[in-house]
Design a protein around this ligand. Structure first.
Ligand SMILES: Nc1ncnc2c1ncn2[C@@H]1O[C@H](COP(=O)(O)OP(=O)(O)OP(=O)(O)O)[C@@H](O)[C@H]1O
Length: 309
């Protein structure tokens, strides 16, 4: 399934939620929608699934040579922001009901359910009412419900929310499995470490506008984060000493002997080191590769400053 979104806009009363956003999603890729609360991610998802329509701009969804202005329900697996299974029904009843609603025969539904319950280690819990499960396990059932009918496109709004780190990793593996099966996946998430492991391409938004877009590599080039060095000293160093010695740098203490420094430019490294060497013995210096979390923070703070200016 291929999606081309061109200059879409959406307003609610006085709020401009999406302001001229364009992007494409290619078949079989994992596409991440990122941005702070209120950025417009859910508004975009609601337009993609046809729950609302753009005020302006176009959405073209292409699947098996046919074109649509939103993703047809029969091709869609959707994990909405406000979940929506039946808490008083068993895991099994919920999943079989939904799968059959999507057109699977009882036998197919059973087969798919068994497959996914085993992957999420929920086979033993299938007879329990959904409400009896922990939040994390309920979330896993919701994820299964979104994919049980093998949709061409899966949209997952906050798939990692409420999950502990081990279960977050399981969801990463789950999403990789979907991609391996040829499904196209759109996810919105706040957990940059997870997104970094997964997303083929991403769209970083703020206040309805695109801030950065592309692969992780593209985003690294666009964000131009400050170079960060990690420095280890022989003697213990405190946050107060660091702030006094390096008042013009953004420093972050990682342990008694280790801290990071965000340099305004790489050329400032020698000045920074000379200042430190007057007081401390430096044991190691290494440049740190910015991760998506740092790129996100850099981009957001640059966007905020542009807005103020
Ligand atoms: N139904 C609505 N009526 C009025 N305003 C809305 C409605 N839905 C969203 N908004 C507003 O539109 C803006 C974008 O909201 P949206 O839910 O799309 O953001 P989001 O990026 O998904 O945020 P979050 O990460 O918190 O889910 C916000 O200012 C929000 O208050």
């Amino acid at each position: 399934m291929h999606i081309t979104v061109t200059e879409i806009e959406k307003s609610y009363a006085t709020v401009s939620a999406v302001c001229g956003v364009s992007f494409t999603i290619n078949t079989g890729e994992i596409f991440a929608l990122l941005g702070p609360n209120g950025a417009g991610k859910s508004s975009i998802i609601r337009m993609l699934v046809g729950m609302t329509r753009p005020d302006r701009g176009t959405i073209v969804v292409t699947h098996q040579q046919a074109h649509y202005d939103h993703v047809p329900r029969r091709y869609l697996g959707y994990l909405p922001e406000d979940r929506g299974l039946y808490p008083d029904k068993s895991v099994e009843k919920n999943l079989l009901y939904l799968a059959q609603l999507h057109g699977l025969s009882k036998a197919q539904a059973q087969q798919e359910m068994d497959h996914w319950l085993a992957i999420f280690e929920l086979t033993e819990r299938r007879k329990e009412d959904l409400k009896q499960l922990s939040k994390g396990n309920q979330q896993k059932v919701q994820l299964i419900a979104a994919v049980i009918h093998k949709p061409a496109l899966v949209i997952l709004d906050e798939p990692f929310s409420g999950l502990d780190p081990i279960n977050q990793e399981k969801v990463v593996e789950f999403l990789k499995t979907l991609r391996a099966k040829g499904m196209t996946v759109i996810l919105s998430a706040h957990q940059m470490a997870m997104v970094e492991k997964l997303a083929d391409r991403m769209l970083l938004m703020a206040k309805g506008q695109v801030v950065l877009a592309g692969t992780l590599m593209d985003i690294k080039q666009q964000a131009q984060p400050k170079p960060v060095v990690v420095i280890e000293t022989q003697q213990a160093i405190t946050a107060v000493q660091l702030a006094t010695l390096l008042p013009d740098y953004t420093v972050s203490l990682q342990s008694e002997h280790r801290f990071s420094v965000a340099l305004p430019t790489t050329a400032m490294l020698s000045t920074c080191l000379q200042t430190l060497l007057n007081e401390f013995t430096v044991q190691s210096v290494s440049m740190q590769n910015p991760d998506l979390h740092q790129l996100y923070l850099t981009a957001m703070s640059a966007h905020q400053q542009e807005e103020i200016a």
